[in-house]
Design a protein around this ligand. Sequence first.
Ligand code: LMR
Length: 335
Amino acid sequence: MKKVVLRAIGMLCWAMAGQAFAQQPIVIKFSHVVTPDTPKGKAADYFKKLAEERTKGKVKVEVYPNSQLYKDKEEVEALQLGSVQMLAPSLAKFGPLGVRDFEVFDLPYLLHNYDDLHKVTQGPVGAALLKKLDSKGIVGLAYWDNGFKQMTANRPLKLPQDCKGLKLRIQSSKVAEAQMRTLRAIPQVMAFSEVYQALQTGVVDGSENTYSNIYTQKMHEVQKVITATDHGYVGYAVIVNKKFWEGLPADIRATLEGAMQDATKYANQIAKQENDIAMEAIKKSGKSQIVALSAQERAAWKKALIPVHEQMAGKIGKDLIQSIYKATGFDPNNL
Ligand code: LMR
């Protein structure tokens, strides 16, 4: 009798443990390097909300902002190892993954506004680029916008020659490096989390970034001038570990794909506005002066930097560059 009771209790415990196990949510760790109040930070939090609501708690998305878990290079390694499942690195940071093609987005003055950008990211060129990640064990899910880059320094950089000799922080992109060398500046590759301190202590003299990144990292508090060059673009590809993604139950994956689509719409709706708000906040802070370029000064910047397209064609692909010219109607000979 005692044996029967013990066996029944044992079976009950086993069933309860099994049920508890079945109820464990699937966890997606989503690491990123910016603050929660940026276009990417807000979109990541929105994806979390939609994913958790729509899967009725079967999926839990843990968002780790501000390089809290990993810095730029480490987060890509962590994704490949499966220590995190989802990232949205800047398109300038795909070199360590062996997909430098994304650096095409770093070509100076290639994209002039969000319309141009969307013709690429929401068209066949963007889709083909994401497909290239497959062979690296990664699935590219979407493009999330940020905005256009401005130069920061302790003096105005109204003409390309004003950059001569300055140590300027860049992301780990060969195109960004070529751009800075063309300006006769000294490029310094540095993780995003280290930029504020490097600017504050004078390890670098300046940097390039969007208004939202400048403002939320408080870079404007340690740089006297932001020159409104709009010379390049910063944006993201949302990527996920392929083994993890393809191993998800089909219904869950479909729900997450829907959540990602809606989070992407949201991301790309707020990006411009977030950057405009950040620009106004910088102006209002009085800590850094925003200097506009005249038409002639802008033309001089373009004239100096557009040859970088030709220079980098061997590294990132002439055909790829041409396909973007075709999608946006860009003509390097008619500026
Ligand atoms: C940078 O490193 O400057 C940016 O790409 C950071 C980011 O993710 O926006």
